[in-house]
Design a protein around this ligand. Structure first.
Ligand code: IFM
Length: 771
């Protein structure tokens, strides 16, 4: 069971704990207790081995493609946290019957993972304490400490630990085992190279041993075998004495933007030698301080709620968003599972722009900029995809890995329950709304930050090229003289091959209109930018006139008499089936039907029109939103983790705060709840952005309407107040949202204007306003 209330004092609502060992559900805490710093992430897998253990280590941006239909994916690199422990000749591993007082806790504030218990052998009781962290200070460093104390009698303890390069991604081996060696008989070095992308990984590990706090310098026995380089230590430990093994690990790659360790193989081990002199505690302290500076001191959100869990949930989301976001490198983005598991191959989806980017745009715009810059670097791949499909401009990939690769969505997925064959994945071909989602990310970033330089260098080009794609993608029809978009998948992925999906069409038109506006602006006011872009992408007045004209003709479904907007041309006439069996049974429907069959039923996987309301809510009345919410939600199974948060915000917007809070609870427990099988393949990254959105965009009511920042809070009964910082147009603002009162403080130097419950308010430097 997962416990949420073990933290006290400064750690209140910062600890998540598993209170019993469960060999059949190892994936749960491996995932939710993974540790990372955006450069790398290591799952919270046990040190000792189990058949079902998944000890992944991923380094952001190191994609490699396997042969044939194998997709490009983040390779699971060498495992360093695992170790073999042998006590009196018997391999140590837990069963439910030999463990006492088990406690596995991740401290979200410090980033440290701890596992403590007593291990019952035939004739001894051994106390274990494992701790480890991935440094928030030095992105390449991880460290681990194991303390073993025999409690009943002396014990012989053998430790085999080092670098294990036998790791694969579900059997797919991504590495050439290039070099393995020891330096100074104490330092283990391994160089691996990815098979196709030819990225070198330089991995180092070394140990420090203490017997009752006194350092022991006995040299270990080196063990080198195929794809493994280990050291073996043997000790006779007296009853009551403690053996401590500290392990220090570094990972570097040849694509690091600061190539400090890769000039020669020896360099990186010397760096480790230097670092480990500091010791575990000192390095942990530096990591905690860095995590505080980078995350908690600057961006922590306080929720005063009747349910303490709400505070824990936002802390949990913020921790993981930090662990998964490669803030250090604009060539990288956030995978749908972060860096926490093999699921979705490390690929980035629309999840970034619609669910994850808002947290960064509002609170840490530098990181938001880096994430959008990644899309800019992806323009080449997007142009390639457009061309291959017979279109103009840039057609962004549904799934993205290396920015220049273009589309990387796998061709095949799980089994088609009807045919028994592998299911063909169609999203990479026809889920095309990603292109305008990327454009929307640029628009949101610009509106909130006012970063003109970014627009000049990157943003305008993305907007113009995506508009150009849409203009070429639109189709004429015999029925009318409007332009249509047929054969797509909208946000709701249970409806495939549909025509005129409201979300897709609306965003395509918006993308074109906004690009035309930007074009006119830069032509009139930014001649240098205009000249550069005109030359680079062949902009002409005629081309833009065509885009403007075609945008004006896009078919946009409008609310009918019943106020309902058609999600697509067929949804409302689809066959209704009894959905009871599939509710609260994620993807259960796929066990009975394949996607072709499901597409014929009136059932949704996730929010569709609701996302439109979330992005452009100002364009519809609450009455229309409510009518659509009430119509569509009963057909929605929320089988995507992206669904609850959007519905939560919309329910709140239309005044249904009770249901909104219920949906919030569901959003917060997708991974963190008690379902032990929910996240074996990794975290649901976008749902963490969704939790942030529920709190800030939903309850605290922060929304951008065009270029204006609005606060229209509506706190559910359970929540008394929310406090958070943001950086709006370069100024740090502090918001304190309470039931009856909003207090905004401008901590920046320049005056900004915001709207509080519709009233325009000028916020001067250092001053508070309360409304
Ligand atoms: O992007 C999502 C999609 O909307 C639903 N399926 C999972 C994807 C990755 O999270």
């Amino acid at each position: 069971m997962i416990l949420y209330n073990k933290g006290t004092g400064e750690y209140q609502n910062f600890l998540i704990t598993e209170d019993c060992f469960d060999e059949y559900n190892l994936g749960k805490t491996e995932t939710i207790m993974c540790q990372g710093n955006g450069y790398m992430c290591i799952r919270g897998a046990a040190e000792e081995n189990y058949p079902k253990k998944t000890a992944n280590t991923f380094i952001a941006g190191t994609f490699n493609k396997g042969p044939g239909y194998e997709p490009t994916e983040l390779p699971n690199t060498a495992d360093t946290f695992s170790m073999e422990i042998i006590i009196d000749g018997k391999r140590f591993f837990l069963t439910e019957d030999n463990v006492i007082d088990y406690d596995k806790t991740l401290n979200l504030k410090t980033g440290e993972l701890t596992r403590t218990f007593k291990y019952q052998t035939k004739d001894n009781l051994i106390s274990f304490e494992f701790t480890r962290f991935v440094s928030a200070d030095n992105l390449h460093l991880a460290a681990q400490r194991v303390k073993i104390t025999p409690l009943n009698k002396d014990a012989q303890i053998v430790i085999i630990s080092g670098i294990d390069s036998k790791t694969t991604n579900s059997g797919e081996a991504h590495f050439i085992d290039d070099t393995r060696r020891f330096f100074e008989k104490r330092f283990i070095f391994t160089k691996l190279t990815t098979t196709q992308s030819k990225i070198d990984f330089f991995i180092n590990a070394a140990h420090r041993i203490f017997l009752d706090d006194v350092e022991d310098h006995t040299l270990p026995q080196p063990l080198m075998n195929r794809r493994e380089a280990f050291q073996k230590y043997s000790f006779d430990i007296s009853v009551g004495s403690t053996l401590t093994i500290e392990k220090y690990i570094t990972y570097y790659t040849s694509i690091d933007n600061k190539n400090v360790a890769c000039e020669d193989n020896e360099k990186s081990y010397l760096i480790l030698k230097d670092i480990m002199g500091e010791g575990y505690e000192a390095l942990l302290k530096e990591s905690i301080a860095a995590l505080d500076t980078k995350l908690w001191s600057r961006d922590a959100i306080t929720i005063r709620s009747k349910n303490e869990f709400d505070q824990l949930a936002i802390n949990y989301a913020m921790y993981h968003l930090f662990a998964m976001t490669p803030a250090h490198d604009p060539r990288m983005n956030i995978g749908a599972k972060g860096l926490s598991g093999e699921g979705y191959k490390g690929h980035a989806f629309w999840d970034t722009e619609v669910f994850l980017l808002p947290r960064y745009i509002v609170q840490n715009p530098e990181v938001a900029k880096s994430l959008i810059e990644y899309r800019y670097h992806g323009l080449e791949g997007a142009r390639k995809k457009a061309k291959e499909n017979g279109f103009e401009g840039a057609m962004f990939p549904w799934e993205a890995a290396n920015p220049e690769d273009g589309e990387v969505t796998p061709i095949y997925g799980g089994m088609d329950v009807y045919t028994g064959e592998r299911e063909r994945i169609k999203t990479g071909f026809i889920e095309i709304h990603i292109t305008s989602d990327v454009a929307f990310g640029v628009y949101s970033y610009f509106n909130f930050t006012g970063d003109q330089e970014f627009m000049d260098n990157y943003g305008y080009e993305i907007l113009l090229e995506t508009a150009s794609f849409w203009s070429s993608r639109l189709e004429t029809s015999k029925e009318d003289d409007l332009l249509h978009i047929t054969n797509v998948i909208g946000p709701d992925e249970y409806t495939e091959h549909i025509d005129d999906n409201a979300y897709t069409n609306y965003l395509a038109k918006w993308n074109m209109d906004y690009a035309v506006k930007c074009y006119n602006d830069i032509k009139a006011n930014r001649p240098e930018v205009y000249a550069r872009l005109a030359k680079k992408i062949g902009l002409t007045d005629e081309m833009m006139a065509t885009i403007a004209e075609r945008a004006s003709k896009v078919y946009i479904p409008v609310p009918g008499e019943d106020l309902i907007i058609d999600q697509d041309t067929t949804y409302r006439a689809l066959e209704e089936i009894d959905l009871t069996k599939y509710r609260n049974n994620v993807m259960g429907i796929l066990k009975d039907y394949n996607l072709d069959q499901i597409s014929k039923f009136k059932v949704s996987k996730q929010a569709d029109i609701m996302v439109l309301f979330l992005l452009f809510g100002e364009n519809w009345s609450n009455e229309i939103k409510a009518a659509n919410f009430n119509y569509y939600e009963p057909y929605c199974l929320h089988d995507s983790s992206l669904s609850f948060s959007t519905h939560c915000i919309l329910a709140n917007d239309i005044g249904n705060t009770t249901y909104s809070y219920e949906l919030f609870k569901k959003a917060t427990t997708i991974d963190l709840g008690q379902d032990m099988k929910a996240c074996d393949a990794g975290v649901h990254a976008a749902s963490y952005g969704g939790i942030w959105q529920c709190v800030i965009n939903g309850f605290a009511g922060l929304r951008m309407i065009g270029t204006d920042l609005h606060f229209n809070p509506r706190l559910p009964e359970e929540i008394q107040g929310i406090t958070f910082n943001m950086i709006y147009k370069g100024q740090t603002l502090k918001a304190k949202i309470e039931k009856e009162e909003i207090t905004l403080t401008n901590l920046g130097e320049e005056t900004v204007t915001v709207f509080v419950k519709g009233e325009e308010v000028t916020l001067q430097n250092g001053l508070n306003i309360t409304r």
